[in-house]
Design a protein around this ligand. Structure first.
Ligand code: FAD
Length: 284
């Protein structure tokens, strides 16, 4: 049986971006999606856009919505207000994150006065409401601020589970052994967390390298041997689909809990990959 499929969107900046995002949603919602998630930005206007898009998806699309939420620039009261809004429109899933420091993932984190220091505290806060299914972030190649301390990342995830998270979604990765190391280490420590594999369909080399640097993803030789800054767009997209299809095929063969696609608000690559994997549209 094919694993659950979910997709991730980000809140667009303008109307043209919204049109593009809704077009992607319209294409992909025909597959049997277990969830559509919406990322959350730190600043006020981005935050409002996340709330708006999450609400609209909840109202107009017949797929469960997962709203991301971070601790950045927010007091507990402000977080409470946002969570109230999610609850009012029937959003039942929240991906609870700390968020990145304003200067980027490797810069020093400082807590907002009256807010939370780490995602595990946000998880406790959400769990106390007893209304949400709560997920957390995981990093097969290591959290960018953990300096390769895999044991620490593992401890953090186990704490998040104790506090109420029931699943994790991973940063995108290409080194499948690192993903299995994470899954197996959690299992061997008695964790029941579901581990949903985050998959980035590569469509743009520059975007790939920037995202990999920010998220701590290793770019292995087998990726860098096939694409570089001079590779024509069509070839990048073709290689991206091939790489993701191969990765997902391996994950499926070993019984991965779910596949989560970082769509970048586009449907064409994700649609090709999931079709290659054997997912069918509801109406086909
Ligand atoms: C699937 C996914 C979705 C994401 N979505 C968003 C999004 O929508 N918006 C956004 O801004 N960012 C998002 N991010 C990025 C994420 O917010 C950053 O990677 C952030 O730096 C870490 O978030 P976290 O939830 O893992 O934080 P934490 O779990 O708080 O970890 C942050 C750092 O603190 C350490 N740490 C954690 N808990 C403790 C503790 N109790 N004591 C001491 N140290 C601790 C960890 O080892 C790590 O180095 C996403 C990442 C992923 C993988």
């Amino acid at each position: 049986m094919l694993p659950n499929l979910s997709i991730e969107l980000f809140p667009p900046k303008d109307q043209a971006g919204e049109d593009k995002m809704w077009s992607a949603v319209n294409h992909l919602q025909n597959f049997d999606l277990s969830s559509i998630s919406v990322t959350y930005g730190a600043g006020g206007s981005v935050r409002d856009r996340t709330i708006k898009i999450a609400k609209e998806l909840r109202l107009f699309i017949n797929v469960p919505v997962t709203a991301h939420l971070t601790c950045v620039n927010s007091t507990k009261d402000q977080l409470s207000e946002i969570v109230d809004q999610y609850e009012q429109v029937g959003i039942e899933n929240i991906l609870a994150l700390r968020g990145d420091p304003v200067g980027g993932p490797k810069s020093t984190w400082s807590k907002t006065e009256g807010g939370f220091d780490h995602a595990d505290q946000l998880i406790s806060f959400l769990a106390a409401r007893k209304k949400f299914t709560i997920g957390a972030a995981a990093f097969p190649d290591g959290h960018p601020a953990s300096n390769g301390n895999f044991e620490k990342d593992l401890e953090v995830l186990l704490t998040k589970e104790q506090k109420g998270a029931t699943y994790v979604v991973t940063q995108f990765f290409f080194n499948i052994d690192n993903f299995y190391r994470l899954v197996n280490s959690l299992k061997s420590r008695g964790s029941k967390l579901k581990v949903i594999a985050g998959v980035l369909p590569i469509t743009n080399f520059k975007q790939l390298t920037r995202m990999a640097e920010l998220g701590g993803t290793e770019l292995p030789k087998f990726v860098l041997e096939r694409i570089d800054p001079t590779t024509p767009t069509e070839e990048v997209e073709k290689v991206g689909v091939e790489i993701a299809t191969t990765l997902c095929d391996s994950l499926i063969s070993t019984g991965v809990d779910g596949l989560h696609f970082y769509t970048m608000n586009m449907s064409f690559a994700t649609e090709k990959i999931i079709t290659n994997l054997g997912y069918l549209k509801n109406n086909s």
